[in-house]
Design a protein around this ligand. Structure first.
Ligand SMILES: *Cc1c(COP(=O)(O)O)cnc(C)c1O
Length: 431
């Protein structure tokens, strides 16, 4: 498989080069030069395959020759060695729980896959690679966990200080070893901008061997297709699923659309956004206007200029009509999110996290005119990660698993940073 840049200036790259680079040199995102079509016999008989077999079949064409097949199999099986249950919460609505990995959020899958691929690729390099990552909360923890102690890899995480939950902060700042954390006096968008500027900086690029572990990296982006196959496998007897995807940077939902283009049967996709409504506005006006992000209780989706949206535009550039029929987008307020967490908990005792709750409200809005549709919410994080938000809403305490309690007792290790790029650059050069 070859990957081209969405800016069309940089030369094409294979999976290895695109993974190591993260962003193409012309600052475009890498995109596969064709979308593999899965055989109908495979898709129609998914229940006869194991998760590992499905995941390998889906990802292998994208990786190509650069990782031997038996090693890729091992990477895949380590990536997904936990459960992805589809749990019914009410009639025709179920939750695909993507939070059973080590950091309790769906980003574990992409981070585990990417760290193992990169670990394999740097084995034959003579210098350390520095992974730069901006996080609104969950990416950083998944990346810290996935890359912890991987030889040849140094990780620098930037997070917006005071804008992540206490569990997220503990996950971000307590690893040590090859993981360094910067607490930035700014927003997620500022962090993302600092990382982008670092990649564009000629002096840094000359002195450091850098890559990104944000969802723009194809090795994080592509394995997210697995979720949709696992959901389809578990609900195969019923009607086609409507997927409601809590969306921020649009990596997850664009991977779902890619799975659809490969032949996965899906009724409809819903981009469930919080008050950061750039894509919902685009879907009604046709104009894409990035904005400053605003703070919400679903903080991992506080993104004002979703990086991966260009991949959706790329996928449907010749079929804008099809995209209009396949994808809807909703912007959900914090008040609606809070009401949904409370209602669902009181009625069913199922506890949604704030991101899943945005997905729930958006799904309800979409299916209100067609009650026979079968909806699947992608539950992207364990509610305990947001216990500080959730406990006052349900007026009850959320049980904190022991692994998390232990984490909260560890010593915080992080460096304060302003949004001043010169300071950030000095920090990187002096490490
Ligand atoms: C990152 C994240 C999202 C948004 O996913 P994107 O792929 O950026 O759209 C949603 N929910 C949670 C819990 C997240 O961590």
């Amino acid at each position: 498989m070859r990957y081209y840049s969405t800016n069309h200036i940089s030369p094409v790259a294979d999976f290895k080069e695109a993974t190591i680079r993260g962003l193409a040199p012309d600052k475009g995102l890498y995109f596969p030069d064709h979308i593999p079509k899965l055989p109908a016999t495979f898709v129609n008989n998914l229940d006869q395959y194991s998760k590992e077999e499905i995941a390998c079949k889906v990802i292998a064409p994208y990786v190509g020759e650069v990782i031997p097949q038996n090693h890729l199999q091992q990477i895949v099986s380590e990536t997904i060695n936990f459960d992805f249950p589809l749990v019914n919460i009410e009639e025709n609505i179920s939750s695909l729980e993507l939070f059973h990995g080590p950091t309790l959020a769906f980003k574990d899958i992409g981070a585990r896959f990417m760290s193992r691929c990169l670990g394999y690729f740097v084995k034959d390099q003579d210098r350390k690679i520095t992974v730069l990552v901006a996080t609104s909360g969950d990416t950083g923890s998944a990346v810290a966990n996935g890359f912890y102690d991987v030889p040849g890899v140094d990780v620098v995480i930037l997070f917006p200080g005071g804008k992540v939950s206490s569990i997220q902060e503990a996950q971000l700042t307590t690893s040590g070893k090859n993981i360094s954390t910067l607490e930035v006096d700014g927003t997620f968008d500022d962090c993302q901008e600092m990382v982008k500027t670092a990649f564009a900086d000629k002096e840094l690029a000359g002195k450091l061997f850098m890559t990104s572990a944000n969802s723009i990296n194809i090795a994080r982006w592509l394995p997210q297709q697995f979720y949709y196959f696992f959901a389809y496998q578990q609900g195969k007897e019923s009607s086609l699923p409507v997927f409601s995807v809590p969306s921020g940077n649009f990596g997850n939902i664009s991977a779902g659309l890619l799975a659809y283009k490969s032949g996965l049967p899906v009724q409809h996709f819903i981009a469930a956004c919080n008050a950061n409504d750039v894509v919902p506005a685009y879907m009604t006006t046709g104009k894409y206007c990035p904005k400053k992000s605003v703070r919400t209780i679903s903080n991992a989706m506080d993104v004002g200029d979703p990086s991966n949206f260009v991949r959706i535009q790329e996928m449907f550039k010749n079929e804008t009509g099809l995209l209009g029929n396949l994808l809807s987008a909703f912007s959900i307020s914090d008040a609606e999110t809070i009401a949904a967490i409370n209602d669902v908990y009181k009625k069913t005792s199922y506890l949604l996290d704030p991101h899943g709750a945005v997905g729930y409200v958006a799904l309800k809005k979409y299916i209100q005119n067609n009650k026979s549709l079968r909806g699947v919410i992608l539950e992207t994080a364990h509610p305990v990660k947001f216990f500080d938000v959730i406990e006052p809403i349900i007026e009850a305490s959320v049980k904190i698993p022991e692994v998390v309690q232990n984490l909260l007792r560890l010593k915080k290790q992080s460096t304060k940073m302003t949004t001043d790029f010169v300071r950030f650059k000095d920090y990187l050069l002096s490490r």
